[in-house]
Design a binder for this molecule. Structure first.
Ligand code: SAM
Length: 250
């Protein structure tokens, strides 16, 4: 049954005009009155209440661009990761960041913080950065609709690493005050993440872009409480490393 993120109040028996994004998606799929769909609302653009889980719904009217549905039964189904894992990533260039956002969402990431670092190839500021973040957020929504996740991970506004560390590493408000802060690092002496993983609760991973983080950037991260961890002897691509770390904990 087609699933749609619906940033609006959801309650059984309510008649609801779908928000524009969901309505557009229903129109594209050429659904008709009587068709059954699934709705969930935990994500950007809706400040709650969040009943959690998902709702059955039935299309009651298809307008030119608007869609009305009758909300049905609620199901407290949650398919989230067992631990809240947040990724702060030196953005890889081209469509690799799209790929990273999509795969991280499928793997249950809690939030994504795109970072610009000294060696970043992809440099985004102002309106261009905002547009990119909006695009990545839509990638995360689509990935949730596809994979069955009922909590859309927040994709935060782009920051430089220095700004982000200075601001006290603010991340998703839903995460505990101090998740384990882990720096994915190639430097000697980094502890193997796979041996640490079983003992960790929620985590916040910081990783570099294609060219890695500079030594001073890694030092600054460690001063901010990040512990260097290794994913093994091979040098992984930026997007591979972030997903590998997420998979070890999610
Ligand atoms: N030449 C760069 C360097 O030496 O840092 C390679 C950077 S790598 C392509 C991109 C990022 O992935 C790194 O900054 C690091 O955060 C992470 N990474 C890659 N391989 C890793 C590994 N084996 N262990 C831990 N982190 C890794």
């Amino acid at each position: 049954m087609p699933r749609f993120f619906c940033p609006a109040a959801l309650s059984t028996d309510a008649l609801l005009d779908l928000p524009a994004g969901a309505a557009r998606h229903v129109q594209v799929l050429r659904l008709q009155p009587g068709d059954s769909i699934t709705l969930f609302n935990h994500g950007p653009g809706w400040d709650g209440p969040f009943p959690g889980g998902e709702f059955d719904a039935t299309v009651t009217r298809m307008g030119r661009s608007d869609v009305q549905v009758q909300v049905g039964a609620h199901h407290a189904t949650e398919r989230e990761a067992s631990r809240a894992v947040h990724l702060a990533v030196g953005m890889p260039a081209n469509d690799r960041m799209d790929w990273l956002v999509e795969k991280a969402t499928e793997l249950g990431v809690a939030s994504i913080q795109p970072l610009m670092t000294e060696r970043s190839v992809l440099r985004l500021t102002g309106e261009r950065a905002d547009k990119k973040v909006a695009h990545w957020q839509s990638v995360a929504i689509s990935a949730c609709e596809q994979c069955g996740g009922n909590r859309v991970p927040a994709v935060h506004p782009v920051q430089t690493l220095a700004q982000w560390l200075k601001a006290g590493v603010s991340h998703d408000a839903t995460s505990p005050a101090h998740p384990h802060r882990l720096l994915l690092s190639l430097r000697e002496g980094s502890r193997a993440l796979h041996s640490l993983a079983p003992k960790l609760a929620d985590a916040l991973f910081l990783s570099g872009p294609e060219g890695g983080l500079g030594p001073a950037e890694e030092d600054a991260a460690m001063q901010a409480g990040f512990a260097p961890v290794s994913l093994g002897p091979r040098v992984l691509r930026a997007e591979t490393a972030a997903l590998a770390a997420l998979t070890l904990l999610a």
